[in-house]
Design a protein around this ligand. Structure first.
Ligand SMILES: [Zn+2]
Length: 381
């Protein structure tokens, strides 16, 4: 029986990420106690460091990492539209180059606190198999496959966790409905990129007719669209950094909050930005504050939930919130110089926390110490 006690901690507890200042006890991979105050006996002093659930990146294209910065000088359509540069780049690299690039990207995701991601994987069955082979033992890959021909759909469904379509224009309405129905019958996830471009702002209603598990982007969704998404209980995955870097705008996170839509965050194409959820959160926070300067600690708490708690059920992940009786799966962040004197811990973390604050990541009681950080020489004088 192995037991570990982490004391002097700021714990983001339960689904609501409520703050408990105290200690946490793990035994055999399970959190057996969370309490205010100090424990009796031996413990590891976290010096007011944070314990919070790991990140889940709800939308990636990790294989794109093989051609970073390919978007320069190009529009979104030229990069990721049908027949765009991205597809030429993916096709011009060998399988082993793609595998190496995906593995390096998954390693970077772990390094930045992400223990699961949902990937839209192009390239049919072979594309799905490539990501399965590259999988990291500590980072769960939920793979949404694509198919080159309708005949391939059944095989992709069998080998993947669902279907992720590039757009509503990829097939005609009747075929789209049939793909959505087949995916549902197979009890797999079904999702689509929706309303990423201004010219596609009417797409949300059309997408909802297909009863998707979730939609990605909704960058140009209006208030009515968010009301419909909420009524139909369809979550949205926002990708504000990739949207900005591709010059297509930023999502209206304030409308999602005011209409109570469920939402998560994703980092989208790895050729555009690193799948780093700390950066996604701080950028999303800036977008939200620009649209709504009254956004405060409560809104920041919801952004943090979107990056940690909200995706857990959606992707049926094998851990839950940080709570007694739950799996010991969480991050430990040190206070560091950037996280001292916070007047609000939720917005403080969303706005300022960085990957170099990660001291340890626990995954079902096992822990990954991330000590291989670059050494920094301090110049004096
Ligand atoms: Zn995407």
């Amino acid at each position: 029986m192995s037991q570990r006690v982490l004391s002097n901690a700021t714990i983001f507890e339960g689904e609501e990420l409520e703050v408990t200042r105290g200690y946490l006890v793990i035994r055999d991979g399970i959190i057996i106690k969370i309490s205010k105050g100090s424990p009796s006996g031996r413990s590891t002093d976290l010096k007011r460091g944070f314990i919070l659930p790991p990140f889940v990146n709800a939308h990636t294209h990790v294989a794109d990492s093989v051609a970073k910065e390919l978007y320069l000088g190009r529009t979104q359509q030229e990069v990721v539209g049908p027949g765009g540069e991205k597809f030429r780049a993916l096709g011009s690299h060998s399988r082993s180059e793609l595998l190496a690039s995906v593995r390096a990207t998954l390693q970077d995701m772990l390094r930045t606190g992400t223990l699961a991601h949902c990937d839209f994987r192009e390239g049919g069955v072979k594309g799905v198999e490539l990501l399965r082979e590259a999988s990291h033992k500590a980072v769960k890959s939920i793979i949404m496959g694509r198919f080159s021909t309708l005949e391939e759909l059944n095989v992709v469904l069998k080998k993947s966790d669902g279907i992720g379509l590039p757009s509503l224009n990829a097939f005609d309405e009747k075929i789209l409905r049939s793909i959505a129905n087949q995916t549902r019958r197979a009890k797999k996830l079904f999702s689509i990129h929706v309303a990423e471009l201004k010219s596609a702002r009417d797409e949300v209603e059309r997408a909802l007719e297909l009863r998707p598990s979730f939609i990605v982007h909704a960058t140009h969704a209006n208030k009515e669209d968010f009301v419909s998404l909420q009524k139909n209980d369809v979550p949205v995955v926002f990708c504000p950094r990739a949207n900005s870097l591709l010059g297509v705008g930023t999502p209206s996170i304030h409308l999602a909050l005011s209409t109570n839509v469920r939402f998560c965050f994703g980092t989208d194409n790895a050729m555009v930005c690193q799948p780093n959820m700390f950066e996604e959160l701080s950028f999303a926070w800036a977008c939200l504050r620009r649209a709504d300067p009254t956004a405060g600690g409560e809104e920041a708490r919801k952004l943090l939930q979107a990056a940690t708690i909200e995706p857990l059920n959606l992707f049926n992940l094998p851990w839950g919130p940080v709570e007694e009786g739950g799996s010991a799966t969480f991050m430990v962040l040190t206070r560091g110089n950037n996280l001292t004197n916070l007047t609000n811990v939720h917005s403080g973390l969303v706005n300022r926390a960085r990957a170099d604050n990660i001291r340890t990541i626990y995954s079902r009681g096992k822990f990954y110490k991330l000590e291989n950080q670059p050494k920094i020489d301090v110049l004096t004088g």
